[in-house]
Every structure is written in C-alpha cells, then in structure tokens.
Design a protein around this ligand. Structure first.
Ligand code: UT7
Length: 355
C-alpha cells in the first residue's frame, strides 16, 4: 500500500467514525476556537519620513506615494523583541482576566528574536510567570502570525491545550540597513498578542490557507548569521547581516497571492467576499493592499490600514491591525474578518474568522 492509499484508508476510517471529514484535513479546525482577547504594544519613538530624508537620499513624497507610509515606530535601545511581546501579552491577558499561570502554550512569530536561542517565547514564558506553558518561536516572515494562529488553534481544537497565547512581534529596526533607501523606509517595530480559547459553534477561526513556494526564497532574506554563512568580520563589513529584498518581485507576488489565498479561504468557510465585514491584510504597502482589495472587489471602508503610522511590522502587522479594529469598534461580535498575508519563503496565509 503506498502512502496515498494509506492516508485514504485512515481518512475513510475517520469518516466512518464521524471524527474526520475530508475538509477537516484541509484548512478547517476539528472544533471551534477563537481569539478571546488581544493586546498590542508600539514603541513610543516615532521615525518620520522627514527624519529619513536626513539619513538617506529619499523624500517624504516618494515614500508616501510608493508605499503609503508616513512614519514608523522604533524600539528604544534597551528594548528587545521579548520586551515588546511582554507588554502586548499582559494587555491581552488582563483584558480577558486570564492569568498567565493558566496558559498551556506560548507561540511567538518573529524573524527578529532576542537571540538565536533560547527562543523569544521561552523568555516571554519566564517573565510572564506562565509556569505550565510550553513555548516556541515560529519563523515564517510576515506570514508568521497566521501560521501561529493556525498552530495554536489546531492544538486547542484537538483537545491538547485549553489556552494558547500567539504573539506576532518584531524589532525590524535591528536588521535594517539604515543606508539602504530601498528597504529602510519600509519597516517598523511593534507587537500584538492574541489569547486563543475554545469558542461556540460557528465562531472563531472558520477556515485557513497556508502556503509556501521556495522558488522565491531568494527574494527576501538575510544571508549571514546562520549555518550557511556564519557571521564573520567580512560578512558584517559587507552588510550581509541585514535584510535584503527584491521589492518589485515581492510586490507582484503579493498582489496575486493575496487574492488567491483570500478566495480559497472563503470558499473553505462556505462564504464569499460579500460576507466579509473587514479585510485585515498584512500591512506592507498601501498600493499592495489597494490592488488586492480591487481584485477582490472590496470597497475601501471594508479594509483596515495603519501602514501610514507603523510601516511594515512583519509578523506583528496583522494582530496589531486586528487589535485596532476591535478597539475602534470596526470588528464586532458576529462580524467576518478575512486576514491575509505574504512574506519570506515566499510564504502566504489567509484566515477567516467569525468574531
Ligand atoms: O512584507 C513583505 C516584505 N516586503 C514588501 O511587501 C515590499 C513589496 N514591495 C514594495 O512595496 C515596493 O516594491 C517598494 C516600495 C519596495 C518599491 O516600490 P517600487 O514602486 O517597486 O519601486 P522600485 O523598486 O521599482 O524603484 C523605483 C525607483 C528606482 O529608481 P530608478 O532605478 O527608477 O531610477 C529606485 O532606485 O525608486 C528608487 N527608490 C527610491 N527613491 C527614493 C527606491 N527606494 C527609494 C527611496 N526613495 N526610498
């Protein structure tokens, strides 16, 4: 019996017992799990386009028209990613009156951990006093939060955990080449945390799509500091420890994949675009968001955008936007949120949530 036949046998058995459906293997949870509460933290220092004009050969006009960004937040010298996580996590836990001691798992999605290891999630667990929680980091670039959401929710749906904290957090200012105008104008620092718990039937994470295409691995990366190219004096001198990106290529990929992943996730949930209350896209560039919304036929009032104030905060961008949507009343009980993201890998993800 080959692998495919074996899987079909297992699936058939599950179907007969009513424990597995064909769909539950692809992009749906076995039981309802939702985002119970959120918290966010943005460092206080604001770096404006006018500040950048003094640092590199750029202009406020170029940055605003090409990206929609006016300012971004930069972490203080003494702040690292775990510090941002802690502030966001405490707010999420407080809002839910859920003590850290009751958490079963902490996932931190980031490409800017405090250090190579131990994981940032491990440091967060210690500071929060989440004694019984397991903890790990997840590195899927800007797509990391939705991957983390799906992993955490799947664990709860399977009955393995009761509550999971999923955090998207970045200090991108630490991996930015401040002499490279093609990237340094884009990124910012920030964090947001989500507390996942079981919810009632028909609510929470209704469906998801996760994808990756390593054919685009070269488009967005940091070359040095890993096992392929360990950090040396030469790699540092050559700036190989900084983020590098083929912006144009990522742009084209992003517009296409955001539409495809969104429609696929909606189909899995049995919904269509007219059911979507709010599109919560990865906040990379207002032109990418506008193009994706146009392809999806969504009017501007059904899209949340804060890229003008925070720039691209990678794995933190979707939960920060979700938190803003909830706090401002744009996302209320029963509403449908469609989250969609793309990033290094090249990876992509979409998630449909009924609030
Ligand atoms: O989260 C996932 C990660 N990344 C992204 O989502 C980014 C996706 N890509 C983008 O957002 C856009 O491609 C960028 C904003 C990065 C660039 O916009 P673009 O419209 O694709 O510009 P371009 O790279 O084609 O550059 C156009 C011109 C070039 O000059 P020449 O060759 O036409 O003379 C660049 O050198 O703009 C120049 N340029 C700048 N000029 C002023 C590039 N960066 C700057 C700058 N200020 N900061």
């Amino acid at each position: 019996m080959n692998e495919e036949e074996k899987m079909d046998r297992i699936l058939q058995k599950g179907l007969l017992q009513g424990s597995v459906t064909k769909e539950s293997r692809r992009g749906m949870l076995a039981a309802p799990v939702g985002i119970h509460s959120l918290g966010a933290y943005l460092p206080s220092r604001v770096l404006t386009n006018f500040d950048l004009e003094k640092m590199v050969d750029t202009s406020d006009e170029w940055i605003r028209t090409r990206t929609g960004i006016s300012s971004r937040r930069i972490a203080a010298a003494e702040e690292a990613t775990s510090d941002l996580c802690i502030k966001a996590a405490r707010q999420a836990l407080e809002r839910a009156s859920w003590p850290a001691e009751k958490l079963d798992l902490i996932i931190v999605a980031t490409v800017t951990p405090d250090m190579c290891f131990p994981s940032t999630a491990s440091l967060v667990q210690g500071t929060l006093g989440a004694e019984r929680a397991s903890a790990f980091d997840l590195m899927v670039g800007c797509t990391g939060f939705i991957y983390g959401l799906v992993m955490g929710a799947s664990g709860i749906a399977a009955g393995a955990f009761e509550s999971v904290l999923v955090i998207g957090a970045e200090c991108l200012s630490r991996i930015t080449n401040w002499e490279d105008r093609s990237t340094c104008v884009l990124f910012g620092d920030g964090a947001a945390a989500t507390l996942l718990r079981p919810t009632e039937e028909g609510r929470g994470l209704l469906s998801f799509v996760l994808g990756n295409d390593a054919g685009g691995a070269d488009k967005l990366k940091i070359n040095a500091g890993g096992s392929r190219m360990p950090a040396t004096e030469e790699t540092v001198r050559a700036g190989e420890h900084f983020l590098k990106m083929e912006g144009n290529e990522v742009f084209k990929f992003a517009v296409r994949i955001m539409e495809e992943a969104s429609l696929q996730a909606l189909e899995r949930a049995g919904l269509d675009i007219s059911d979507v209350t709010l599109l919560v896209p990865h906040q990379a560039n207002v032109r990418i968001m506008d193009a994706a919304a146009k392809r999806l036929n969504l009017p501007p009032e059904r899209i949340i955008s804060n890229v003008d104030r925070y720039g691209n905060t990678s794995a933190a961008s979707i939960p920060i936007a979700l938190d803003e949507a909830v706090q401002s009343g744009r996302l209320k009980k029963g509403d449908i949120a469609l989250c969609v993201s793309f990033g290094a890998g090249l990876s992509w993800a979409a998630a449909v949530l009924r609030w």
